[in-house]
Write a protein of this length. Sequence first.
Length: 253
Amino acid sequence: MIICGHRGLANQAPENTIAGLMAAHAAGLSWVEIDVQLSQDKHLVLFHDQRLGRCTNGSGTLREHTWQQLKQLDAGLWFSRQFTDERIPLLSDYLTQAFELNIQVNIELKLYPKDEVHELCTQVSQVLAALFSQGKSMPKQLLFSSFEPQTLVLLQQLVPTVPRALLVEQIPKDWQAQLQQLGCEALHCAHAALTPARAAAIIEAGFKVSCYTVNKQSRADQLASLGVHMIFSDKPLKALPSAEHQAPNMDAR
C-alpha cells in the first residue's frame, strides 16, 4: 500500500507548498497530493481553500487575485515561524521540483462556485504540454482526481495518457457505472466510508480504491488488509503495512 502525503505533508509543513514537498521527500514518501486552482489571470497555483485567510496573510478569495498579488503573500507563517516567507507555488514549478526528487503527484483540481471547468482543465493541459516538451515522463508520475465528474471528462479528452480518479466522500450506489463512464482507474473516498465488502467489490471490479485522510497507523494497517491501493495522510506513516496485514499486489489485477 502506498502512503501519499496529503497536500504535501500537512502536519509537517505548510500545505501545498514547496516546503511540504521537501518534507514528504525527507520522510521517504514517493507520492504527494496537491490542490490546484486558477488565479484571476489564469495562472495555475497550489491552494486548497476558496479564501486566502486560513493559509496566508491575505484576504478575500484566491480567484479575485492575480498571480503577481498571490506570489507576494506569506503562505508559511500561519503554520510556524520556521516557514516565514514560504510562498504559494505555481503548478509548473512544483511539478518540476517533484520530478527532480522522483516524487509522483496526485493533482486534485479544485472548483468553487463561478469557476469555469473548461478553463481550469485547459490550463492544466497546457502546463503539462510545456513539461512534456522538456522530455518528462508525465503519465508515470501523475494522477488526476476531482469531485467534479465533468473535470474528469475534459481531462480524458485533453490529457488522455494521465490516469484519473473520482473523488467522493460517501461511496455512491452507482460507483461502478460512474467509474466506467468516466474511464477512471480508481475511486478515492473518505476512509470512514469504506467497508470490507465495498472494498472487495471495487477491487473485484478491476478498480483501485484509495482513502483519505488517514492519520493513524492502526487504521492504515486495517485499510491495507482490505487491499486499499493508497492512503492520503498528513503524517509520515509507515509506507508498508505490518506483516500480518500485507495488501495484495494491485498492479497485477
